[in-house]
Design a binder for this molecule. Structure first.
Ligand code: MSP
Length: 678
């Protein structure tokens, strides 16, 4: 099986790690663990993005040098991942020398190929997003359309990458690789964005110094490589892309860098390039799904297999930001609830690709309900019963299992069969829901079969076989849950006496085997109940204001600020669909009550069709029949006829209801009957 290369974005070192960063990194780690338990080896890359104006400014603000600043924050990220036991294979820093040479090598190749040319850039630049914008893209002639911060006007000599040249090849790639960007609605946004036309991209800056200089061969020392070109290239420099670069050889030979020694061999490097999964937040999808493949095309390198774009987290409904002071520190969550519970919560709480809210109460409820009750308690019950009735040694033959629990075994297999495709399509929440079906089945069976009664009735063998069934369900659950809860499932495995590893995954999941005998070991509760909230509550005037503001604002509005691509079109209709709706002006000619109905009135409405329509409207509580006659109304005219209280109704009056009651929609000045509303 082909080795898999999994990457997280490299995190900017202008700020400390937060829960959003942890989310991406946890997903990368889970994909690695899922691949490895399936017997596929992987290489997981993470690291920090340390060059560029944003970092230079942050260092100046902290009265230090960019390098010292980068060193301290990069170490913080690494510490968090280490304390989260993220199984990364390489920690990349873009200030590493090997990366510098990778970038210079790539720049030289693109330049020689004619994909890079010199010109002048004039437009807006957002330092916070490290992004260029045209005057028409910025909001109110100044503000960044992505983050809302003020942009600065830049006019400087610049090298450009001929992105427009790659438009057709990109579109072809998206078309031929339907699932190369997930979720699909994000892919569709990317396609639409590219279809609208790509502009060449400014890829060097001259107005600051903190970054990678151009290759010596260009002899143009005032230019610094644009930080996104620099950063994206970490995905290849991490695999040794720059090591053979002429200028690098001597310098690198003097390096005593243990990471360089850990680089995979050239052959496995190429294999990795061919099987890459990039995990990114939706805000940086444009860079990964458009610029990056174009750069790779220019460099004649293989394109990624998949780019997975996740949504953003808010805290208790409010966007996290340094200025609000509500950013969630992953280490605080670890301290309060542990990493395993956090991994579970982040993946279960929100479908991949959608925005999610980190509510501590919701988190606590999931720990107590799902992890503690459904999973932890099931194991406890098994341990307790096996101790009490069978001195920790339970057994039941395959034959007995198959005869006594035929239906249950079929159900278990059918649940498990649908799971791989869910995780492979990044539907982690559904994957977990599926696993929970197994737990619900097991818990339900215990209640139904009541092993304590079986024992009382002397049906010892039956009880023993039943506990073996429960142990098998727990074993399968643990193998399936391993990528999400690596430590807890390893403990479950220890309690059941079966290792949670690829061999057993193959046997018990892929080959559907059952184990006949378990020697159970008592272990501590997996997820003790959480009695009260444990994180420091963050409330301030600004947060209260932000919450109030949020409830007023259309949430889609918020979304569009964070999205670098046009906002999600999920749930929206296009104009063609709207045009199918036929709304017209009509006049009520007669109105009467519908016998026995407290709500309905029977109306005759003139839509200028040469006949009157009978329409039943639920407006009796707000209008008397007399008050309606002669009144102009707005009618949904192409609604399928329906029968209400035995009477037919051909259309619907449009109305609006709030706490002050119901009002019929009307036209400001009277209109010709039958006039169409558009
Ligand atoms: N340095 C660039 C990435 C370069 S990759 C070649 C960058 N860094 S970042 O630190 O700003 O963001 C890194 C990741 O964190 C992004 O994928 C971003 O979506 C994610 N998150 C930042 N805030 C987030 C939330 N509030 N919620 C979820 N993820 C968010 O961009």
């Amino acid at each position: 099986m082909q080795k898999k290369y999994i990457t997280t974005p490299i995190y900017y070192v202008n700020d400390k790690p937060h829960i959003g960063h942890a989310y991406t990194t946890i997903i990368a780690d889970l994909l690695k663990k899922y691949a490895e338990i399936n017997g596929i080896s992987t290489f997981l890359l993470t690291g920090t993005d340390e060059n560029g104006q944003k970092i230079e400014q942050a260092a100046t603000m902290h009265n230090t040098t960019p390098q010292k600043y980068a060193d301290s924050i990069s170490a913080k990220f690494r510490d968090v991942w280490d304390s989260f036991e993220i199984d990364y294979d390489k920690y990349m820093r873009t200030t590493d020398l090997e990366h510098r040479y990778g970038v210079q090598k790539a720049f030289e190749i693109m330049y020689k190929k004619g994909d890079i040319y010199k010109g002048e850039y004039e437009g807006h630049y957002c330092v916070s997003c490290e992004s260029f914008f045209t005057p028409t893209q910025v909001i109110d002639e100044l503000y960044c359309p992505d983050c809302g911060k003020p942009t600065s006007l830049v006019k400087e000599e610049s090298y450009f990458f001929a992105l427009s040249k790659y438009q057709d090849r990109l579109l072809k790639w998206y078309k031929e690789n339907a699932t190369c960007i997930l979720p699909l609605h994000k892919r569709n946004e990317v396609v639409r964005f590219v279809e609208e036309g790509l502009q060449d991209l400014s890829i060097t800056r001259t107005s600051f110094e903190w970054g990678i200089s151009l290759p010596k061969s260009l002899n143009d020392p005032k230019h610094i490589v644009y930080v996104w070109l620099d950063a994206l290239l970490n995905y290849v420099s991490a695999l040794g892309y720059g090591l053979d670069y002429e200028d690098a050889k001597e310098a690198l030979s003097k390096l005593d860098n243990k990471d360089i020694k850990r680089l995979p061999s050239l052959e496995s490097k190429l294999e990795l390039f061919n099987n890459t999964t990039h995990i990114v937040g939706k805000d940086i999808l444009r860079f990964h799904a458009i610029y990056w493949p174009a750069f790779l095309m220019s460099l004649d390198l293989p394109l990624p297999k998949q780019i997975l774009a996740h949504g953003w987290w808010t805290r208790e409904g409010v966007k996290m930001s340094k200025s609000l002071g509500n950013v969630i520190d992953p280490l605080e969550v670890k301290e309060a609830y542990g990493v395993e519970a956090l991994r579970y919560f982040l993946l279960k709480e929100v479908p991949f690709g959608q925005d999610g809210d980190f509510s501590e109460l919701a988190f606590k409820n999931r720990i107590n309900g799902e992890l503690s009750n459904d999973l932890g308690n099931l194991l406890n019950r098994l341990i307790g019963m096996s101790e009490k009735y069978f001195d920790y040694s339970i057994e039941g033959t395959l034959e007995d299992l198959k005869t006594s629990f035929k239906e249950e075994l079929v159900k278990i297999d059918s649940i498990i069969t649908k799971l791989p495709s869910l995780i492979e399509n990044v539907q982690f929440h559904l994957y977990l829901e599926g696993i929970w079906e197994l737990l619900t089945l097991a818990n339900g069976l215990i209640t139904k079969l009541a092993p304590w009664t079986l024992i009382k009735e002397g049906r010892i063998k039956e009880c023993n076989t039943f506990l073996v069934l429960i142990a098998n369900i727990l074993l399968k659950t643990a193998l399936l849950l391993y990528p999400i809860l690596p430590k807890s499932t390893t403990k479950i495995g220890e309690s059941l006496g079966v290792a949670i590893n690829a061999t057993n995954y193959k046997a018990f999941i892929k080959e559907k085997k059952l184990q006949e005998h378990f020697r159970i070991t008592k272990i501590d509760a997996l997820f003790p109940k959480v009695e009260s909230l444990k994180m420091q509550a963050i409330e301030s005037k600004e947060i209260t204001q932000a919450k109030a503001q949020n409830s007023k604002e259309d949430s889609k509005n918020e979304d569009s600020k964070k999205d670098t691509l046009p906002q999600s079109t999920e749930g929206l209709i296009d104009i063609a669909e709207f045009k199918k709706i036929d709304i017209r002006v009509g006049k009520i000619v007669s109105a009467s009550e519908v016998p026995k109905s407290t709500k309905l009135l029977k109306l005759e409405v003139d839509l200028n069709e040469g006949r009157l329509r009978q329409i039943l409207a639920g407006i009796k509580e707000s209008y008397s029949p007399e008050s309606l006659v002669g009144r102009q109304v707005v009618v949904l005219a192409n609604l399928k006829p329906a029968k209400l209280m035995g009477l037919s109704s051909e259309g619907m009056l449009l109305a609006c209801k709030d706490e002050n009651g119901l009002d019929l929609l009307s036209i400001e000045n009277s209109k010709v009957l039958g006039a169409k509303i558009s």
